[in-house]
Structure formats: structure tokens, C-alpha cells
Write a protein that binds this ligand. Sequence first.
Ligand code: UD1
Length: 435
Amino acid sequence: METRGDGGGTLSLTGGTRLEGRVEVSGAKNSVLKLMAAALLAPGTTTLTNVPDIVDVDIMAELLRRLGCGVERDIRASVVTIDVPERPHHRADYDLVRRMRASICVLGPLVSRCGEADVAMPGGDNIGSRGLDLHIEGLQRMGADVVNEHGYLVATSEQLRGADVWLDFPSVGATETLVMAAVLADGRTTIDNAAREPEIVDICTMLIAMGAHIEGVGTSTLVIDGVSELKPVTHRTVPDRIVAGTWAVAAAITRGRIEVAGADPSHLSIALEKLRSAGAQVDDTADGFVVSMGDRPKAVDVVTLPYPGFPTDLQPQFIALNAIADGAALVTENLFEARFRFVRELARLGADVRTDGHHALIRGRASLSGAPVEATDIRAGAGLVLAGLVAQGRTDVYGVGHIDRGYAGLVDDLARLGGQVVRMDDAHREGPPMK
Ligand code: UD1
């Protein structure tokens, strides 16, 4: 989970209908937040398009406003414009960082633009410890002085200088922090074992359009030659591969047929291949792909890894699929140790899942039975909604505020595809499920 949100609201699902039709996927949450932070690197007006209608964009907009930017959002047009001053402020407050861990992505741009960044430490969250050591060590190698003062990470540097950085793990967040710091540093920075996610490619593409010199984009070695200034641009956010992958699983689990538009199947190769192994038919279309499933899915093993490996953000959805599949599957989680917490909720629906460390053994059941369950983070919420779509009777998924952070217009899309789903606010719910 990317945040500790308030999680309000409930989705009430009645399982058993096939989902059929077309959904349009918008820009990626995990990209747009970083693109908004990257805007800080250039004074003037940056325009982002294909911006998803999710709460986290509002939180990032608020953060940027407090840093002195003017931010306008046109939700209908999916556009955000960010007016960046010559001298932005450099403090990211705890009240925003605690609501959205991704706020940490202002660290790199602020230290390189302002010579100082005071960013609240995010603290604990729902999917594990998620350290910042790789961000900090990389900035230190570039000459920044980084200390932890009163719960804030304070990074200072008159002028960052290029350095050779080797990441112990290809962290998405650390790669982004260091790329954004390096583009305005003095000299050449080499980041080895860099993350290669499509969202990293997206931010590098935007930075290059802004005037940055970056080589090796999409590979695990990024070579960045610092420039003295960048200019603002208009940039279209990469499609959300995790939302697209969630709809792909929705088609398979309900034995339906969903055309996923506005998506790039090449960003989901392994996940779509897994669905084929489960028995689904997956075909590319002009602007996405279509998934259809006639029979009960077959169990599929999954191992999460950094891109191009299987994404951890689709792991709960595949556990849900395996819960009703024919056979047993082993799911191995290599990124976030606490991500199996949601299987306790899935068990309330009758799923047979045993976890041992970072492995989960799922023995598929012919059916699940509806029950109240609680979403503890975005992707756990998605997994529970998918399970609720096939569980017999009614499933109430509490904590929908978490799901809202990653899935724009989920209820409307589900309803249009034939799902039986109603959203209730907290005032109408019957009380939290027993734990
Ligand atoms: C991003 C995504 C998240 C996704 C994850 C992995 C956003 C907002 N979130 O998270 O949805 O699940 O990538 O694809 O983009 N680590 C350290 N030290 C560090 C940095 C990371 O130990 O300095 C560890 C983390 O604890 C974790 C692993 O590295 O175990 C992966 O983290 P990372 O790739 O950085 O993920 P995020 O950028 O936090």
C-alpha cells in the first residue's frame, strides 16, 4: 500500500455475473505522481495529460501548492497544469506525506532545484517497512548532506555532483529520486541496477523532453549528464498497467470478456501470459487487448519480481484468481513482506490459502461465499473486489477509500460491464466486520 488513507466507504457486491464489455484505462497513478514532482525541476508551466481521476493526484497537487506552485486540475479533460515559481519552497509536511507515501518523490527535485529538501519521513505503512536507505545513500554519493531531524529527512547540497551509484535492489522510488537529482547535477551520474518499470521510462521520457541528457532508458544502467536548466513541457502519462491487469483478471475470474482500451499489453507480458496459462484467450487490439475466458481458470504459479518480472501490484488479484481455480498454486512475494496480510480477508470468503514467509499456497475452491471483508490497501482491495465478483451471495468490501486511490471510476465501470455493485458511504454501513 502506498498510503495510510482513511479507507472510508463500502462496496457491496453480489457475485456470479460474467463481466462483458469495454473499459478505458487512464494514466498510471505510479507515474503521474512522479511526473508532477518532476515539474518542480523547471520554472514555468508544465502540462500533464491522461491524468487519472484519483485522490492521490489531489494530495500531490496540495503538496505542490504548499511548495509555492499554482496547480489547476481539469478532471473531465484529464489534465493537470503546474505553474512552478523560480524559487519553490522546500518543505513537504507530515500531514501530506503520511496520507501518501509517494510524496517522498519531491525529495530529488527539491534538493537539486533548491539546494535543500525537508521531507517528512513516511513512517510505517501497510505493506512492509519500505526503507529509504537507497534514496539517502544515492544522494549522499552525489554530495548531499542528509540527516533525520525531528521526523524530517533534511537533505542539503549547494550543488549536487555526478556520481557512480549502484543500487542494492532496483528500487522504483530510489531510481526516480536519483534520476531527478542527477538531471541538474554537475557532471555525469551512472545509476547501476536501476529500476526498469514503464513508469521509470515515462519519467525519463518527460525529463529528456525537458532538456535532460539521459541514456540507457529502459535498461538497468542509466547514464545522466547534468544540465544547468530544464524547460517545462506538455507530457502524456503512460497507461496504468496495473489497472489494465486488474481488468484482465476480472475477465478471467468471472469467465467473461473484457476489452481493455488505452493500455499497452507489452507492459503486461508476463501477467497476460499467466492468464493464457490459466486458460484465457488474450489478443492484442489496436489500442489495448481483450481477455476472454470460457471455463473455470486453471491454477497458475506466480513469482513477483522487479520489472520485467511479474508485478507485486497484481499479486493479490492473482491470489483471488487462484482461489477459485482448478488446482493448487504457489505464489511467491519478493518485494513487500506484508502483502499477504490480505489473505486473512480472502479466507473470510472461504478461500483456502496458507502462507509461509513469502510463499502462499492456494488450493482452488469450486466456489467462494460472500462475507464482509476489509481492504487494507489498494491492491488488496482490488483482490477482494475480484473475489467478491465470483463469491456466492453478498460481499461487502470495507475501506473503499483505499481502492479509490488507485482505481478511477471503478464502480461505474464494474456496473457497465454487468457487475452487481453498489457503493455505500460510512453512514449506511452496518458496522465493521469482526476481526
Ligand atoms: C513503487 C510503487 C508500488 C510498487 C513498487 C514495486 C509507487 C507510488 N509505488 O513503490 O505500487 O508496488 O514500486 O513495483 O510508484 N527498498 C529499500 N530501500 C529503499 C527503497 C526501497 O529497502 O531505499 C525496498 C522496499 O522496502 C521494498 C523494495 O525495495 O521491499 C521495493 O521498493 P520500491 O521499488 O522502492 O517501491 P516503491 O517505489 O516504494
